[in-house]
Design a protein around this ligand. Sequence first.
Ligand code: HPA
Length: 267
Amino acid sequence: MLETAVEFIKGKIGEFKPEIGIVLGSGLGELADEYCDCAIPYSEIPGFEASTVSGHKGRLVFARINGKNVIMMQGRFHFYEGHSIHKVVFPIKVMRKLGVENLIVTNAAGGVNPDFKPSDLMIITDHINHMGVNPLIGPNDDSMGKRFPDMSEVYTEKYVNLVEKAGEKLGISLQKGVYMAFTGPSYETPAEVRMARVIGADAVGMSTVPEAITASWAGMKVIGISCICNSAAGVSTVGLSHEDVIKAAGDAKEKFKQLVKEIIKEL
Ligand code: HPA
């Protein structure tokens, strides 16, 4: 199935060789509207599923941005949609097979660190997989990665520094921290958020970790950026809603786009 998807996409994009992959999270998909040389709806690609979440468009977008060939996922597959974990990471494997070396994964997240406020952007320095599942379970494709891959530097210091510098250059202040993934779709309880904080998380969300594990396994360098859309449950007294999350992502989208474009330039 992987080869079928790769061949299908190659047939559409011809000579275009993507170097950088970007997964655009909830409410952050606008970059792919602004820069779009070619787009393929997920529904057309063998092995892909249609996206079911509002705020996610569901297409692969190809564009040249700041001198680099970029492939963007405008919308991703979430485990909570009922997709198998292997479906969730299938596009990452496809990107790798298409030649992508660097992956930028982005998401909307809840702030666990009390210093974070809505619309802050956080550079992911590490993650905690609390989804109870690992995308590498099953037979290992030795041509892509090792059976027992090292995860000690998924988000390399060099790239964290690169993002920090990009932020400084643009005058965008950035937070840094650990992202912890829950399956969702229910938001966390205050007790779960307290647990997240105790074990070292700064933000919680429902994505990114499966993709980052798969990308690292397959030899890609990973940059992770969370848009802090709300204070996680119990951190503030305000209740949570998807609408508020999308609104906060909207408030952050201009600086988010600037930052991602600068990162592309520097990569
Ligand atoms: N928890 C989990 N996922 C999220 C949150 C949250 O508080 N906000 C946005 N995505």
